[in-house]
Structures are given as structure tokens and as C-alpha cells.
Design a protein around this ligand. Structure first.
Ligand code: ASP
Length: 442
């Protein structure tokens, strides 16, 4: 059950980089009284070449570890916050907090503690500015001893705590371990806090405010002015993981997906744009284009094995995969023929173990031939509109062929909403453009 009167809203670092950005954020939050739980990041870059507060805090920690004074950097951090407080005309002072943080970092606190203070301080300012309660994430977001989010304990504690606050700011990025010490998620982790909070309060929507108006259908460095994706399912988004571009932390999907809460990616600097909706299901949402998005990456290698009668040899695939597993190499795809099998892996994972891997596969599988090729790019073409839409693959392949590009491998998921192609790295950009132009009509 979702509560239609609750939205959880997360603002990224660029949305809270200075007083002017804080004003935009307050306008957005206060324009809708269902925006009740707000998760801030630490102040991000104000302009190209500017420093993020989180990076400065990590730098303070690094100085402290070397036994050096943290003052030069720490003072700049204090100035950043003070200029926000002054710019907003707030009658609060963080001097005591600065003092404690200074002493704790200088006294050898962990890098997690240091980094988390960026969100912590920003949360105090934002709560004061909005007139919301401040709820310290260390009180209700918990990690296990092996430093993973303790989802169920967190869910119970957060739900109980937030039931006491009609409107609250909960700083992103961190929580605590069972001994009370502060620990952070990986970089960009405020997205996860937002998702965890949305789940705990059974929000009807998780709005994630950033500095772009949603996901683009393709990488803008390759395709000029690509369209924005209006609606995408969680599944499609996973298939587009190669998009990588860092709009949303990968782990932010799971808590809300569990409870079917949609995420809306929005732009703080263009609040009038609808952004991208990430939804559990989109069966009755018409798609303008057959495909939802295209993403790809270079840097893959393929290990190919050939062996007569491979198809009837029991355990062949398992032996191949167990060698990869022994070397902690994950595989992306396993295209196979009747007497051939290939494993596509990211090239950098083979660094330092390439010859052992090849040797051990030979011993384990005894193939007639085995070889490895580098320099491949993968392109994922994803779209729920492709399901049961005859001719999509033909259009895709002829678009790539017309651009004069040879397709090295093809992999279509049986759920039919993704086709993965591999091409030579040199052909990557041209192939991606050709596919985009074939499928996306303005
Ligand atoms: N401030 C943290 C970072 O820069 C976390 C976040 O912004 O989500 O990674």
C-alpha cells in the first residue's frame, strides 16, 4: 500500500551547491505539501572546476592520517556552509558542529565519518530553511557488520522514527554500524537513502532531483541532442546499465522496486520539465518509439571455445564458468552455437590472470580450439515496445549493416525487450548513431 499523501524527495549536490540553489529547492519542496521527507546530498560543484564538499572532507581525512593539519581545507568547507547560511539569511550557527567535526577528524576518525559530515551539515541547514525536523540518519539507517545496508532493521526503525515527524530532512549517504560508528554507502549513495526512506514511509513517489531532465535515450557525446526517456521500467533500466552516466546510483533501485514505488528523475534547474518516470510496469503506457534507450560500452573481450559434440557434453558450461568464478571474473553474456561457446567478459577483469584463466579453461574443458579476442564493444538496445513487435531485429540489423558495420555477436534476451550486439570498438559510435536514427523519430 502506498500513501498518496507522501512523496520522498532527494536533492543531489549540484541542487544544493549554494544559497541560490537552496532557494530553488525550497520552492520545489514547499510547492507541494505531500513532499514531506527530504534527503539532501552535500554541496556539490557550483561551476566547472569547483570542488565538492565530499571530496574536500575525504581530503581532510587523508591529511589527518598523515598527521598533518587539516585547517586549510577544513576552513574552506566551513566557508562554503557559512556562505549558504548567510545567503539564505538564516539565524543559525554551525560553529559548534564545525568544532566537533574538526576535532574528530583530526583525532583520527574514519574516512566514512569525515565524508558523512557533508550531508549531515547540509541537512541541518536545509531543515532550518524549510522549517522541517532534522532526523539524523545515524539513528535509523543501519549497516551490518560486513558493511551492507541492513534493509529490514532499517525499514522498521525508519518507519517508526518518521511516524513521529510530519515533515523531516534526513541527510543522505550514511548510517551507522551496530557499535554506533558512522558508515557511508559508496559514492553517490544519497540516492540509496532516498529510496530506503521512500520504502519506509510507503511513499507514492520517490522524486530524485538532479541537474538533468531525466535519462537520455542515448549518450549525448555520441548522438546529438538525444530525446529524453519519458517512461522506463525498472527492468529496462537494468538492461541499460551500460548507460553508466551516473544519474542514479544502481543500488537505489532495489528498495523502491521491492515495494513498487516509482522514481521520477527531475531537474532542479528546470522544474517545469516532467523528467523520466521509472515504473514497475508500463503495460498500458504507449511508447512513442519501439525502443526505450540504447547504451553501450567498449572494453570487452571474448573467450571462444570450439569442440566437436560440445552440445551433448554434460558439464561443459559449468566447467568453463567455474574457472571464471575461481578468478572472480564475471561474465556479461554467453553466446553459443552447437559446438562453440563464448564468454564475453570485461577486459580489465582479466588483468593479471589472463594466461592462468586460459590455461585452466583448457585443462577443465579440453576444447579443440580456444582463443581470446579483445577490442569489442557491447551495445544494448532496450525497449518494452520491442516485445512481440515483428521486424524489430531486422530493422536493427539492417541499420547497422547499412552503416557498413559487421556485427560480431548477437544476444536477445528471451523476454524480448533487449537485444545486445557486439561490434569492433572502432565501429561503436557509428553503430550507435545508426541504431538511434533508425528507431527514434522526433
Ligand atoms: N556526497 C556524496 C558523494 O559525493 C554522496 C551523494 O552525493 O550522493 O558521493
Amino acid at each position: 500500500m502506498h500513501n498518496e499523501y507522501i512523496k520522498t524527495v532527494k536533492f543531489g549536490g549540484s541542487s544544493l551547491a549554494d544559497a541560490n540553489q537552496f532557494r530553488k529547492v525550497a520552492n520545489i519542496v514547499l510547492a507541494d505539501k505531500t513532499r514531506r521527507y527530504v534527503i539532501p546530498s552535500a554541496p556539490g560543484r557550483r561551476f566547472d572546476g569547483d570542488e565538492k564538499v565530499t571530496d574536500m572532507l575525504y581530503a581532510c581525512h587523508a591529511l589527518a592520517v598523515k598527521g598533518e593539519k587539516i585547517d586549510p581545507i577544513f576552513n574552506k568547507i566551513c566557508e562554503r556552509y557559512n556562505s549558504i547560511i548567510e545567503g539564505l539569511g538564516l539565524a543559525i550557527s554551525l560553529d559548534e558542529e564545525f568544532d566537533t567535526i574538526y576535532k574528530t577528524i583530526s583525532g583520527g576518525a574514519s574516512d566514512s565519518y569525515a565524508a558523512s559530515r557533508g550531508e549531515y551539515l547540509n541537512g541541518i541547514i536545509l531543515a532550518a530553511y524549510l522549517g522541517f525536523d532534522f532526523v539524523d540518519a545515524a539513528k535509523c539507517i543501519f549497516f551490518t557488520d560486513n558493511k551492507q545496508l541492513d534493509s529490514e532493521k532499517t525499514n522498521v526503525a525508519l518507519a517508526a522514527e518518521l511516524a513521529l515527524h510530519e515533515y523531516a530532512v534526513i541527510p543522505g549517504f550514511y548510517g551507522s554500524m551496530s557499535d554506533g560508528s558512522v558508515i557511508t554507502f559508496s559514492r553517490g549513495g544519497s540516492d540509496i537513502t532516498g529510496s530506503v526512506v521512500a520504502r519506509a514511509v510507503e511513499a507514492e513517489l520517490y522524486e530524485n532531483w538532479t541537474d538533468v531532465s531525466g535519462f537520455l535515450m542515448a549518450d549525448p557525446r555520441i548522438v546529438k541532442n538525444p530525446s529524453t526517456i519519458d517512461v522506463i521500467t525498472y527492468h529496462e533500466l537494468r538492461e541499460l546499465a551500460y548507460m553508466g552516466a551516473g544519474v542514479l546510483h544502481e543500488d537505489a533501485i532495489f528498495p523502491v522496486r521491492l515495494s513498487g514505488i516509482p522514481i521520477n528523475i527531475r531537474n532542479t534547474n528546470r522544474p517545469e520539465d516532467p523528467g523520466t518516470m521509472i515504473v514497475p510496469k508500463a503495460e498500458n503506457r504507449k511508447t512513442k518509439n519501439v525502443i526505450t534507450g540504447i547504451a553501450g560500452r567498449k572494453g570487452f573481450s571474448v573467450i571462444t571455445l570450439e569442440k566437436d559434440m560440445m552440445n551433448s557434453e554434460i558439464g561443459f558450461g559449468r566447467r568453463l564458468l567455474s574457472v571464471l568464478e575461481d578468478h572472480s571474473v564475471s561474465f556479461e553474456h554467453l553466446p553459443s552455437g552447437i559446438d562453440t561457446m563464448s564468454a564475453v567478459v570485461s577486459t580489465h577483469q582479466l588483468e593479471g590472470c589472463r594466461s592462468e584463466v586460459m590455461h585452466e579453461i583448457c585443462v577443465a574443458c579440453n576444447p579443440d580450439t580456444i582463443y581470446i579476442e579483445d577490442g569489442l564493444a557491447l551495445i544494448a538496445v532496450v525497449g518494452r515496445g520491442m516485445v512481440q513487435s515483428p521486424g524489430t531485429a531486422a530493422r536493427l540489423f539492417s541499420a547497422v549493416a547499412s552503416a557498413g558495420i559487421n556485427i560480431r555477436m548477437i544476444d536477445q534476451g528471451s523476454s524480448e525487450f533487449n537485444i545486445i550486439l557486439s561490434v569492433e570498438e572502432n565501429d561503436f559510435e557509428t553503430a550507435l548513431k545508426a541504431i538511434y536514427n533508425e528507431f527514434v523519430k522526433e
